[in-house]
Design a protein around this ligand. Sequence first.
Ligand SMILES: O=C(O)CCC(=O)C(=O)O
Ligand SMILES: [Fe+2]
Length: 334
Amino acid sequence: MEKAAVQGDGLLIPLIDFSKFLNGDETQKLETAKAILKGFQTAGFIYLKNIPITTETRSHVFGTSAELFKLPVDTKLSYAWTTPQANRGYSAPGREKVSLLTDSSEVEKVRTAAPDIKESFEIGREGELDHPNHWPAEEGELVGFKATMTDFFDQCKALHVEVMRAIAVGMGLEPGFFGGFVDVGDNTLRLLHYPAVNRDVFKINPGQVRAGEHSDYGSITLLFQDSRGGLQVRSPNGQFIDATPIADTCVVNAGDLLARWSNDTIKSTIHRVVEPPHGDVDVHPPRYSIAYFCNPNFKDHIEALPGTYATEADKKYDGINSGDYLVQRLTATY
Ligand SMILES: O=C(O)CCC(=O)C(=O)O
Ligand SMILES: [Fe+2]
């Protein structure tokens, strides 16, 4: 029986030992795959422990990320995020307003009211000639930045492939069903820094958050959080529940395109980042997290998975190109 990582108000996010899928016997593989699928179908979120990414790798990547955000603002701005098509580079606080709004003018109104207190740096697949990554100059503490991040990118890409394999097994599809959909690695590694913030800020403006409520867009997101807390996931009843950090786990959530692909049998659940729950401080220390947003290959056509509908009439959505879908969603949020 798997333990719950998070439980409250009808939301149960399971804590799953992924090594039992990767290295277990046939029974353990199947049971783990089913638990993973069930987590995505009910909560839209799971926590995975015993993933192949080591604690050392993880802390090295977090350390390297912190060094990047220490750079002077002007330097960071010289690596600025440019377009949804490229989706690479630095976003200063307030640049992106993640929200549920899809109309850019509405997004603009919300953004000016209470911008998210965060900055981020996006890294895409290497080798996309039209969209090079905005690598920082490798000086001082940033020597080795590119190697660290591309290596981590590749490890996350491999984890995406394995989680999709588990979903396929859970659904009773061929284990390799998604293989040809996720092999390119059209994914985005996003380093996130939520700067230290006075507690007053949250008191003065009750609407203030570190990251506004939203769902993610792609297949799944691998989320690595530090120990600060503040991430919350919306329950089926509409209440936000703390997704408390658990050391050495990876939080994995399904995105909107996977929900659509599964004919809404899998949930893409709303989440946000708010004032951390730890009591009596005047200043909340900075929070770092790393999100790896996975997508089906941008060239792929995505339509309802086998087994998720009985007749053509049960298909809730038209097929859509993966890359077009992402660009559409990013265009509305930046
Ligand atoms: O920082 C976090 O814990 C969550 C970030 C997130 O949800 C996102 O960037 O989509
Ligand atoms: Fe998210």
